[in-house]
Ligand binder design. Structure first.
Ligand code: GLA
Length: 397
C-alpha cells in the first residue's frame, strides 16, 4: 500500500479515501480444468495490485498507473475501449459488468501500483479486476447476489464494511470473469479470480469448478514454490487459448457429456475412435488433470511432497504431449528443474504458450536452484531468467 497512497496524493492532490489490494495467483495443479468444470489447486502469492481511490461528483473516472504514463479518463456513462490505455480496459470491463448487474456508482479517481510482473502468468489482469471490484465496493457499497444485487451492507463506526461472505466472493469472481470474457475477449475460466479472492496464507486452495466448492489444505514446511519466467509469450496465445477451450467443449459434446468433468478415463479410452484426434488429446489431458488434482490433494494431506511433485511433472508432460500448450522454453525450464537435486516437481502454469513454470523446491535449496536454472537457461537460450520464490498469502481485501 505504501507506494500507491503517495502516488495517488501526488496525482490528485488529496489523500485517497480507501486503498485495497489483490494478490496474483499461481496455478499449482490442474491445467485448463477450470472452464471444463474440473478440479484445480491454486495459491495466492505475495505480488499485488494495489489500488487507491476517492470519490468525485461529476460522473467522471480518472485512473492513473505507476506503470503507464498516460492517465485513462472516461465517464460513467461512456466506457469504451481506448487504444492509448489498453490496461484501463480491465477497469472499464469490470465497471460495465457491475452496472449490468444493477450496482450504482458515481465518478471516482483511482491510482494503481502493481508488483505483479507482467506476462509472467501470475494473473495481474485478474488481480486488477478483483481490486477494482473491491475499491468500488468501498466507495459505493453494494452486495452482489447470484442474480443481481441485494441491500448494501452497512459500514461500522470506522466506516469499514463487513468482510465479503463466500457467496458474494463467488458472485464477484463471476463478474470478473464476465468482464474478461466479454470486454477483453479471453474466454478464461474462474480460477484466477477465485484464487485472488480466496487465498489463505500457507495454504493451497482447492477449487471444484463444477459446484464452486472452495477448500484449503496446508502447503508449507519442507518446500517452497519458485516461479521461473521464460521471458517468452507467443503472439497467438489468446487465440490458442480460446481454440483449446473449443476443442474441449466439442469433445464433451461428442461424448454426450455436459462437460469433460463428467467423463471417466476408461470411457474416454473406450470411445477414442468417436473423436477427432485433436479433441481426444485435449480431453485426455483434462481428464488426467482432474485425476492428478484428486491424487495430489491426497498426497498433500498426507504431507507427501515427493509424491505430489511427481504429479506436477506428469501434468507438464500431459500439457506438452497431449494438450500441446507448452513451448520449447517451458520444456527446457522443466528439464533443467528436474535435473536439480532440490526440485520435487515442476510444470508449466497458467494458459501456456510461454509465461512461467511452477517449481516445488526443497527449503534450503531455493537459492542454489534459482542460480543453476538461470545459468542453464541462459546457456541454452541466451535469455536471462527471472525467478521468484513465492510466499503464499491471504486473498484480496
Ligand atoms: C489462464 C486462465 C485460467 C485457466 C488457466 C489454465 O490462467 O485465465 O482461467 O484456464 O489459464 O488453467
Amino acid at each position: 500500500m505504501h507506494e500507491v497512497k503517495p502516488f495517488y496524493q501526488q496525482h490528485f492532490g488529496v489523500p485517497p479515501a480507501w486503498a485495497v489490494r489483490a494478490p496474483g495467483r499461481v496455478e499449482l495443479l490442474g491445467n485448463h480444468t477450470d472452464y471444463n468444470q474440473g478440479l484445480v489447486m491454486a495459491l495466492a502469492v505475495d505480488k499485488f495490485i494495489h489500488l487507491a481511490g476517492g470519490p468525485r461528483r461529476d460522473g467522471r473516472i480518472e485512473v492513473v498507473s505507476t506503470a503507464f504514463p498516460t492517465p485513462a479518463r472516461f465517464s460513467v456513462s461512456a466506457m469504451t475501449k481506448e487504444e492509448a490505455a489498453p490496461w484501463a480496459d480491465y477497469v472499464k470491463g469490470l465497471l460495465l459488468q457491475l452496472q449490468r448487474r444493477g450496482v450504482h456508482f458515481n465518478g471516482f479517481n483511482a491510482a494503481i501500483h502493481s508488483t505483479i510482473p507482467l506476462g509472467a502468468g501470475l494473473s495481474s489482469s485478474a488481480a486488477l479486476l478483483v481490486a477494482t471490484a473491491l475499491l468500488v465496493r468501498k466507495l459505493f457499497p453494494y452486495r452482489l447476489t447470484e442474480t443481481g444485487v441485494a441491500a448494501p451492507p452497512s459500514p461500522d463506526s470506522r466506516g469499514e464494511l463487513p468482510p465479503l461472505a463466500t457467496p458474494e466472493k463467488l458472485a464477484l469472481a463471476k463478474v470478473c470473469q464476465a468482464a474478461e470474457n466479454q470486454f477483453v475477449g479471453v474466454n478464461c475460466g474462474l480460477l484466477d479470480y477465485i484464487a485472488s479472492l480466496f487465498g489463505k496464507a500457507h495454504h493451497a486452495i482447492l477449487i471444484d469448478c463444477q459446484d464452486l466448492r472452495v477448500e484449503w489444505t496446508p502447503l508449507d514446511g519442507q518446500a517452497e514454490v519458485v516461479i521461473c519466467h521464460s521471458g517468452v509469450r507467443h503472439a497467438l496465445a489468446d487465440g490458442e487459448y480460446n481454440a483449446l477451450r473449443r476443442h474441449c467443449e466439442a469433445a464433451a459434446r461428442a461424448l454426450g457429456a455436459r462437460s469433460l468433468r463428467g467423463v471417466e478415463a476408461k470411457d474416454l479410452t473406450a470411445r477414442q475412435g468417436q473423436l477427432p484426434e485433436r479433441e481426444y488429446q485435449c480431453a485426455r489431458h483434462i481428464v488426467g488433470e482432474n485425476q492428478r488434482v484428486t491424487f495430489g490433494e491426497r498426497a498433500l494431506r498426507a504431507h507427501d511432497l515427493a509424491q505430489f511433485g511427481q504429479y506436477l511433472y506428469q501434468s507438464h508432460e500431459s500439457s506438452r504431449d497431449s494438450f500441446k500448450n507448452s513451448c520449447p522454453e517451458l520444456d527446457l525450464l522443466v528439464e533443467l528443474a528436474r535435473a536439480h537435486p532440490g526440485c520435487l516437481g515442476a510444470r508449466l502454469t497458467g494458459g501456456g504458450f510461454g509465461g512461467a513454470t511452477l517449481n516445488l523446491v526443497a527449503t534450503g535449496q531455493v537459492e542454489d536452484f534459482r542460480r543453476v536454472i538461470a545459468q542453464g537457461y541462459e546457456a541454452r537460450t541466451g535469455r536471462k531468467l527471472e525467478s521468484w520464490p513465492c510466499r503464499i498469502v491471504d486473498g484480496a481485501g
